[in-house]
Design a protein around this ligand. Structure first.
Ligand SMILES: Cc1cc2nc3c(=O)[nH]c(=O)nc-3n(C[C@H](O)[C@H](O)[C@H](O)COP(=O)(O)OP(=O)(O)OC[C@H]3O[C@@H](n4cnc5c(N)ncnc54)[C@H](O)[C@@H]3O)c2cc1C
Length: 430
């Protein structure tokens, strides 16, 4: 039986393996497998909410094993470390348990068709001290770590043991992640005062958002980026544009001009790259960000049996631009890869993927949402803000849920979510 392995159960990979499991695995037409280094799935664009405590990864995560059971594929816990294209095998690294004891030894899995969907990691561009002192938001564990550190700082602040008159946080990167996290942190502070964190109010935060470019949110039109910046400044965020960070230390960030931006909690969200081990993996072609080069059908340029989707794919479009690393790209690529894998199995011609940009939206917690929409209904770009923008922003996550669970289950999940909002605290408090 044909063996199909999807490595990476994220925004793109989990949608794809779910479709393949339903179409092929359940009917015994192929053996469909998912490999992921985590046991549960959390949609990556929600990580800043986990970091601020607005979402609990433990409760909102989806178990790969149970999802696999329900959708006709098998799940293998493990981290891809190598690829042998001649033998058509992948290697999963040996795994340790939580206490550091060996748990699983190195394993190999055979494939006929392989899909790589392992996403991206933050790119610190080799900046001194960043990997030691800054937290990245690449994985749920890192977002949870940031949340723990944040709660510790707040506790020290209310107990008078912080050693500073403010909780000093610096975020590097004025893209969507940095902007959304900034707003989410002010929302967190406002809620925490209701849960026994006396004297905690927005004034206790000194939050600096640092951007090397001339303005934040380069993907949005000037006017919307300006609105977002105004909203952040009104909340109390010190937005620094044209500011290049050259070093991170235990005291804060050092800028190119030699200024110290004091911070004890620092997040680096300024750019991404594909994981380093993808460089030259199996002799495949990469770009300088380690992304694997694919042709229009999403197959790698050097091996037709390997597809790559999502952030780790380098897919050039007719206009010479690469498909951007975004959730909507991963969603669209998952649908196209599904179609093309079925075509490959049935000896039919494969289709070329054309990226459709439906716009960008940035959610500033409960304060506002801004963005631009594009599509066939609108000629050009439509700028949106407020409640309508928030509904459209949420719909991207709903589309992901629908791809995984179908409409009825997604509707039930939304209903349960509403009830939980009444029953659970507004923030994760531990
Ligand atoms: C905080 C934040 C906010 C964002 N907000 C938005 C937004 O509003 N809109 C938008 O369009 N995009 C947003 N993005 C970007 C978006 O999350 C990504 O573009 C999208 O998740 C990419 O999907 P993917 O399937 O390629 O990878 P991912 O969703 O990252 O999934 C990768 C999967 O691979 C697994 N994996 C990684 N390495 C290995 C390995 N070696 N072996 C096995 N498994 C592995 C991971 O555990 C993960 O499950 C945001 C990103 C962040 C960090």
């Amino acid at each position: 039986m044909t063996k199909i392995i999807v490595v990476g159960g994220g925004a793109g990979g989990l949608e794809l393996v779910t479709k393949l499991g339903r179409k092929l695995g359940r009917k015994g037409k192929a053996e469909v497998m998912l490999v992921d280094r985590n046991r549960t799935h959390l949609w990556k664009p929600l990580l800043h909410e986990v970091a601020a405590g607005a979402m609990d990864a433990g409760i909102d995560g989806l178990s790969y094993r149970s999802h696999a059971h329900n959708h006709g594929f098998s799940f293998h816990l493990g981290s891809l470390s190598n690829l042998d294209r001649e033998q058509k095998t992948i290697t999963l690294a040996a795994m340790l348990d939580e206490s550091g004891k060996p748990m699983l030894s190195e394993r190999t899995l055979e494939y006929d068709i392989l899909v790589l969907a392992i996403g991206s990691v933050s790119n610190d561009f080799g900046t001194k001290g960043v990997s030691e002192h800054c937290i990245f938001l690449d994985r749920p564990q890192q977002a949870e770590h940031f949340h723990d550190e944040l709660m510790n700082r707040f506790m020290q602040y209310v107990e008078g043991e912080l050693g500073s008159d403010k909780v000093e946080i610096a975020i590097v990167g004025g893209g969507a992640t940095g902007v959304e996290l900034s707003a989410e942190l002010y929302n967190a502070v406002e809620h925490l005062s209701a849960y026994g964190f006396d004297h905690l109010d927005p004034d206790c935060l000194r939050l600096t958002l640092v951007e090397a470019g001339p303005r934040i949110l380069p993907a949005l039109p000037d006017r919307l980026a300006g609105m977002a910046q105004k909203e952040l400044r009104e909340l109390g965020v010190d937005v620094r544009t044209n500011t290049m960070v050259v070093e991170a230390t235990d005291k804060g960030l050092i800028t190119k001009d030699g200024e110290l931006i004091p911070a004890t909690l620092m997040v680096w969200a300024a750019g991404i790259k594909a994981p380093d081990f993808l460089k030259d993996i199996g002799g495949l072609e990469n770009n300088r960000n380690n992304q694997l080069t694919v042709n229009g059908t999403l197959q790698t340029t050097r091996d037709d049996s390997i597809f790559v989707i999502g952030d780790c794919a380098y897919c050039l479009q007719e206009d010479g631009k690469a498909v951007p690393p975004r959730a909507q790209s991963a969603h669209q690529m998952a649908s196209m890869a599904h179609r093309n894998i079925l075509a490959l199995l049935n000896n039919k011609p494969l289709k070329t993927y054309i990226y459709k940009d439906y716009g960008s939206l940035v959610n500033l917690s409960r304060y506002t949402t801004v963005g631009s929409l594009m599509g066939s209904l609108m000629r050009g770009t439509m700028m949106v803000e407020g409640l309508f923008a928030r509904v459209v922003y949420m719909s991207l996550y709903r589309m992901h849920q629908v791809a995984l669970h179908g409409y009825i289950r997604t509707g039930l999940m939304m209903f349960v979510g509403r009830i939980n909002r009444l029953l659970r605290p507004k923030l994760k408090l531990h």
